[in-house]
Structures are given as structure tokens and as C-alpha cells.
Design a protein around this ligand. Sequence first.
Ligand SMILES: Nc1ncnc2c1ncn2[C@@H]1O[C@H](COP(=O)(O)OP(=O)(O)OP(=O)(O)O)[C@@H](O)[C@H]1O
Ligand SMILES: [Mg+2]
Length: 216
Amino acid sequence: MNNEPLLALRNARVRYPGAFEPVLENLDFELCTGQRVGLVGPNGSGKTSLLLTLVGLVSLDQGELLFQGRAVRTKADIAALRRTVGLVFQNPDDQLFSPTVLEDVAFGPLNLGCSQAEALERSLVLLHELNLAHLAHRQPHTLSGGQKRLISLAVVLVMQPSVLLLDEPTNDLDTRSRELVGRILANSSCTMVVASHDQALLASLTLRQFAMPAAS
Ligand SMILES: Nc1ncnc2c1ncn2[C@@H]1O[C@H](COP(=O)(O)OP(=O)(O)OP(=O)(O)O)[C@@H](O)[C@H]1O
Ligand SMILES: [Mg+2]
């Protein structure tokens, strides 16, 4: 395991437009290759904000985001980071926008330069592995909450990222689907950050927990 952080925040501060108090302040965070970190904290403590910051979807107003030891500043830096780091959003509706599930899953591989045939093949294989193939031709907005969550995981996994950021990946899932997601993540070789209130998932997956600092 390489000890230089793959992804890090140094002295980060994030304040949403119009908000008086910052949501993250003086925050240091490090993720090294091969680590699996559980992100824990009460509702509203900033877990989602931290994950969004780690992929450049929320910008810092102080401090630095480092990817492979280099500061992430430009759109090109963010694009390079996103080829390696995949985020599964807390709200699946933020991740699903195509007319069908299959097109949603194939969108990422197509964007990465795969041929149409290869993107569809990869997507169908993954949907089969996740027991979701029966949903391939459904419209994403007609799916149940749990089905949407599983598809949003597929949308990220199909791009084979080396780092997975997962925001409450077992919310809305029944026992069987929770176990399936737990197994998939446990068998994955990805470096991971998992924000979750699901202590069973965190205990089975992660060795280290990062507790969001309490609000001042
Ligand atoms: N786009 C936004 N604009 C303004 N405030 C926001 C925005 N997104 C989040 N917040 C606020 O930032 C704080 C942290 O929210 P965040 O979603 O990061 O918390 P969380 O730890 O993920 O919570 P949960 O466990 O409920 O998912 C909350 O007070 C929230 O209201
Ligand atoms: Mg959240």
C-alpha cells in the first residue's frame, strides 16, 4: 500500500452561497490507496458535502483538494480526478437521467470512449451480476427507491473506478439487497469512502471511521 494520500483535503472550508456558517471548516481528510474509510456523523453534519467536495462538485473557499499529491484547481484537474473517482449520490435521482436504465448505465462507458456495442455489453453483464437485468428497459423514474439506488450503484461501478465514494449506499434497501451491496463492496478492490448510518455495513467493510467534526 502506498502511503501518500491518493485524495486529500487540507484545511478545507466550504460555505454554501447565502449560508452564514460554513458547513466544513479547518477540515483535514486523507484517503490512501487501498483504504476503506467509513464516514460517520449525524444528519446535517456534512458527510454529503465532504463527498461532493472530494470530487470537485462543491468548491472550497479555503484550503486545498489534493489528488495524487497535486492540487486540484482547474476543470481539467477535476476531469482527471473523475476518471479515477466515482461518486454514488445520496439521492439516486441526481444520478439517473436517461430514457432507460440500460442507457443510464451505458452512458459512462460511452463517455469514456467505449463503442456502443461494448458499452451495452458491459452494462448488461453488470446488470446481470447485480440481479437487475429485468430492469434494463424500464424508465428510471418509474423505479422504486431501492431499485433506483441499486441502478445508481451500477451507473458508477460500470466505469470501473479505482476509488468509490458511496453516500448512504444501503438506504431504502431490503435485507437481501443490503447483503448484495455489502458483498459487492466487500469483494471490490476499490479504495472507498462510505458515508453511512448503517453500522453493520461499516463494520463489515471499513477498518477506519472518520467522524465529522461537531458543529461549533
Ligand atoms: N446546496 C446547499 N445549499 C445550502 N446548504 C446546504 C446545501 N447542501 C447542504 N446544505 C446544508 O449543509 C449541511 C450539511 O449537509 P449534508 O447534506 O452535507 O449533511 P449530511 O451529513 O450528509 O446529512 P445526512 O446524514 O442527512 O445525509 C446541512 O445543514 C444542510 O442543510
Ligand atoms: Mg448526506
